[in-house]
Design a binder for this molecule. Structure first.
Ligand code: ATP
Ligand code: MG
Length: 229
């Protein structure tokens, strides 16, 4: 049976979008009907297509063109968490809108990949974090981490919070963004020993990114079949 996943990270900028786009593109090649969602996005508004650059890339990867209010119900034109954006822009966030979009998209596709925002405890409302959203969507999660020195601390905190909230972690993907970071072998060994969570693959540093490249890398480096059980 196919499964949908919530892709989260140990932090912002660790490669959630690259990895999610790669999985979507690779799975699409396997003939799976994929939908994507980024419930909250922030940053600079794009001139064309979706407001969010992340959403633009994810839709291209999954070859979907779903309505913006479904794939990205909330976009904030400032680099901030939903909670801070709400404070600064005087907006209200209605989680029901996000959950309804998620439900609708779930009926439109066989499988959904949902990209989170920031890390696992990024605040959306007071007392409502990314963890709460994952729980309400009832999804398993995949955690993307960089190889930066210091990430073991972030990984352990992320996994502990998932445990606190009763979120199942399917696995961790190491994204080798940092040439001066941990060697993959050491990081994988230590993460698996410390957290008892499998590292399901590692992505090398990609020069001149394109979707074909990341999709090939994901196909070779990640056991995609294990994600469809
Ligand atoms: N494997 C890689 N090789 C080279 N560059 C990468 C790789 N992964 C990510 N990057 C670069 O790192 C930056 C962050 O990646 P990405 O946007 O995927 O992170 P993110 O976790 O989705 O961030 P956000 O929290 O903003 O959604 C991007 O500029 C991307 O170009
Ligand atoms: Mg992203």
């Amino acid at each position: 049976m196919l499964k949908s996943y919530f892709i989260t990270g140990t932090d912002t900028d660790v490669g959630k979008t690259y990895v999610t786009a790669g999985i979507a593109a690779a799975m699409k090649k396997m003939g799976i009907d994929f939908g994507i969602m980024k419930p909250f996005a922030a940053g600079t508004v794009q001139n064309r297509g979706y407001k969010s650059q992340d959403v633009q890339l994810l839709s291209k990867a999954a070859q979907v063109n779903d309505a913006e209010e479904l794939v990205n119900p909330y976009f904030f034109p400032i680099p901030a968490s939903p909670f801070t954006a709400m404070q600064n822009l005087g907006l209200e966030i209605d989680i029901k809108i996000v959950l309804n979009s998620f439900k609708k998209l779930s009926t439109m596709h066989d499988v959904l990949l949902v990209e989170g925002i920031g890390g696992i405890m990024t605040p959306i409302l007071k007392n409502y974090f990314v963890t709460n959203l994952i729980k309400e969507m009832d999804l398993e999660t995949i955690i993307v981490t960089s190889s930066r020195i210091g990430t073991v601390n972030h990984i352990i905190m992320t996994i502990k919070m998932c445990q606190n909230y009763g979120i199942k972690v399917r696995g961790i993907i190491i994204n080798n963004l940092n040439s001066s970071g941990y060697p993959t072998h050491d990081l994988k060994r230590d993460i698996e020993e410390l957290t008892e969570t499998p590292v399901i693959g590692s992505i090398p540093y990609i020069k001149d990114f394109n979707l074909e490249k990341i999709s090939q890398i994901i196909t070779n480096k990640i056991d995609l079949k294990s994600l469809t059980l």
